[in-house]
Design a protein around this ligand. Structure first.
Ligand code: ATP
Length: 640
């Protein structure tokens, strides 16, 4: 299918070997991907396009594929470099108005009607000379220039670059230029699809070069193997800048040895599965050695020390937080023993009381400025609790069992009270021991426990995976649905009575990364103090829209105002139910969507963006688990 589709994504004339990739070929591929809902078809279209890029790139050119991949994932650099695409709506409206000759009011009205700035954005052909056709490198560098320009005259500069781009657009190109600038392609193309397509295209290209003819079974297994290698390598070294050149130059089979965990490049952290009861933990770890650790209520911090002594601190989403935590960078030198040259630590940064050194809740930590913090101005003190060591003195430890990684951690670092500690742990085995440790953790100001496999292959560190070898057991879970959810605020309801000057309730949504769609899930009005409602009013008012944005799947929800989907809240609920109104996870468990019953606001998650919100698969999984627990409960009662 891939080979036959290459002619579909190809454009007529104009794409010679060694020439820059025509932007028209990329947007043609986008249109075809947008037109289908089938995941496999999306993957094969993208594979065909990448394969054409590889075939037509000059020898040794790895840049063309790299830039094409970046444009497909709406990024311009690895996450930790932080060059972000996405400019404000008002600036875009201005640029569109200037290049299309339509008034600001008309562009805005169109946006409200369509919920999509990309439509109707073709520039009017005012110029005498037709500008040259757009190419992928030109679009990529222009977008980068826009993202990097800051200061005084940057607005004018950005508008002028956008206007130039739009003037050169042909056919459907303008739509995708605008959408790229918004940071939303809306073609239903998740990053994992891009990774698979990249692996498949490289496998096809290698095969073509070797001149061998593989039968269907062999080819299928080659493709599967390539995808699994590329995905696992990328979770260890999430940098296309490094992975793509290695993939094209050294080949798929060498990728695991050429691209490895490297200090300075944050890897995607391992995540935990929620559990609702201690019994569930024991079921999972029966006859295995496991450890329970305090689940600290702070912010995840991946700490890297490079050979040259530079220290980097990265967030759960691989953002560079070194400028947020200059105190941690300083403190780190006290807890590292002499012989430790380079390392990668997995840890939690937790606010502590300055005098008593007691743990403080996450809310305290969130009072800190996010950037350019000066050590002398710091009010909220932070202690780092390390729970894993992933790299040490030039060697990756990911494949070692946790018990060994933990020993190495304790050998090479030392406790400095109030600055650095090891996550408190207990290798208990019975329900009573776990219960006692859980209560102790909560008394000490933690959220509960993380229960981890300690020995064997199952205790390896699994980058980017939400693994059953790490279970989280939060005190709150025991009575509720299990895990909390991180949801995007997409609508507001005006308050009544005492709350007339603020929003009294909100419409929340989950985020489906495959369709790039926010799916409504519940109305929430509980868990807010008056002070908080005022704060939410102040933040959300600026995001008000009269109509739902095009990527919100509304269903039957009818809030008084809509918000641009941007703010993420952590929410707990009593349980989940099927709903004729809301659209979350529609079609996954049943035709109907899933909704939260008795949702309660916990906190703002400003470390997560709208794209990191809980996904429909997780919600469907929670619903299924709840249904199963229900059936089991009934069955157990029957047995009595
Ligand atoms: P998730 O990361 O699972 O999507 P989340 O960011 O809301 O969700 P939680 O579900 O609360 O996080 O649990 C995982 C987080 O707990 C880790 O990302 C880490 O920040 C924190 N944490 C605190 N203590 C530990 C520990 N001992 N081991 C691992 N993680 C810990």
């Amino acid at each position: 299918e891939v080979l036959s589709r290459t002619s579909e994504v190809d454009i007529e004339g104009g794409w010679k070997i060694g020439a820059p990739v025509p932007y028209a070929a990329l947007t043609k591929t986008f249109s075809l991907i947008e037109a289908t809902t089938k995941r496999l078809e999306k993957t094969s279209l993208l594979t065909s396009f990448f394969l054409l890029v590889i075939r037509r790139s000059a020898k040794g050119d790895t840049h063309s594929l790299l830039q094409a991949v970046y444009l497909c994932i709406k990024k311009l650099s690895p996450d930790y470099v932080g060059v972000e695409l996405g400019i404000g709506e008002s600036l875009l409206v201005k640029a569109i108005s200037e290049s299309t000759g339509r008034s600001l009011a008309v562009v805005k009205a169109d946006l409200k009607k369509e919920g999509d700035l990309g439509l109707n954005s073709k520039a009017s052909q005012k110029t005498l000379f037709r500008p040259k056709s757009l190419t992928v490198p030109l679009v990529f560098t222009s977008l980068k220039e826009i993202a990097l320009s800051s200061g005084h005259s940057s607005q004018t500069k950005k508008v002028s670059i956008i206007t130039k781009l739009l003037a050169a657009c042909q056919g459907g190109e303008a739509k995708y230029i605008i959408r790229s600038l918004e940071g939303k392609l809306r073609i239903g193309n998740a990053e994992r699809t891009v990774l698979v397509a990249l692996a498949h295209a490289a496998a096809f290209a290698e095969n073509e070069e070797s001149g061998k003819k593989l039968n269907k079974d062999k080819l299928t297994s080659r493709l599967e193997e390539a995808a699994s290698i590329v995905k696992s390598v990328f979770s260890e070294l999430p940098s296309y800048d490094l992975v793509i050149p290695a993939l094209l130059t050294d080949g798929i089979s060498n990728l695991r040895s050429t691209c490895k965990l490297t200090p300075g490049v944050p890897l995607k952290p391992m995540l935990a599965k929620p559990t609702k009861a201690i019994g569930e933990v024991l079921d999972r770890f029966e006859n295995k050695r496991f450890t329970c650790e305090y689940k600290y209520d702070g912010e995840r911090a991946q700490v890297h020390k490079l050979d040259d002594g530079v220290v980097g601190i990265f967030s759960r989403n691989s953002e560079d937080m070194s400028r947020k935590y200059p105190d941690l960078v300083e403190q780190l030198s006290h807890c590292v023993k002499q012989e430790t040259k380079s390392f990668v630590l997995d840890a939690e940064a937790v606010a502590i009381d300055k005098t008593t050194e007691k743990l403080m809740p996450f809310q305290e930590l969130s009072k800190r400025k996010r950037k350019d913090v000066k050590v002398e101005d710091i009010q909220v003190r932070v202690c780092l609790f390390a729970f894993d060591l992933l790299y040490l003195n030039g060697e990756s430890l990911l494949q070692k069992p946790l018990v060994e990684r933990r020993d190495l951690l304790r050998q090479h670092f030392q406790v400095v009270p109030g600055e650095f500690g090891f996550a408190k742990s207990s290798d208990g085995e019975t329900t009573e021991e776990i219960q006692a440790f859980l209560e102790e953790s909560v008394k000490d100001g933690c959220e509960g426990l993380m229960v981890k496999m300690l020995e064997s292959d199952e205790s390896h560190y699994e980058p980017s995976r939400r693994s059953v070898n790490w279970l989280k057991l939060k005190k709150d879970y025991l009575a509720g649905v299990g895990d909390s959810l991180d949801l995007v605020v997409v609508g507001g309801y005006y308050g009544k009575g005492k709350r007339t000057n603020v929003y009294g309730a909100f419409l929340l949504a989950c985020f489906d990364a495959d369709s790039e769609e926010h799916q409504t899930i519940c109305k929430i009005g509980t868990g807010f103090s008056e002070e908080m409602l005022q704060m939410h009013w102040d933040t959300l008012r600026a995001l008000e829209m009269d109509k739902p944005r095009g990527d919100i799947k509304v269903g039957g929800a009818k809030p008084d105002v809509w918000f641009e989907p941007k703010i993420v809240w952590e929410v707990l609920a009593a349980d989940l139910s099927l709903s004729p109104i809301y659209t979350a996870a529609q079609g996954l468990v049943e035709e109907r969507g899933i909704s939260l019953r008795f949702p309660r606001f916990i906190r703002v998650r400003d470390d997560k963006s709208a794209d990191d919100a809980t996904g429909p698969e997780q919600i469907a999984e929670m619903y299924e688990r709840q249904a199963l627990a229900h059936r089991k409960g009934k069955h157990d009662k029957g047995g009595d």
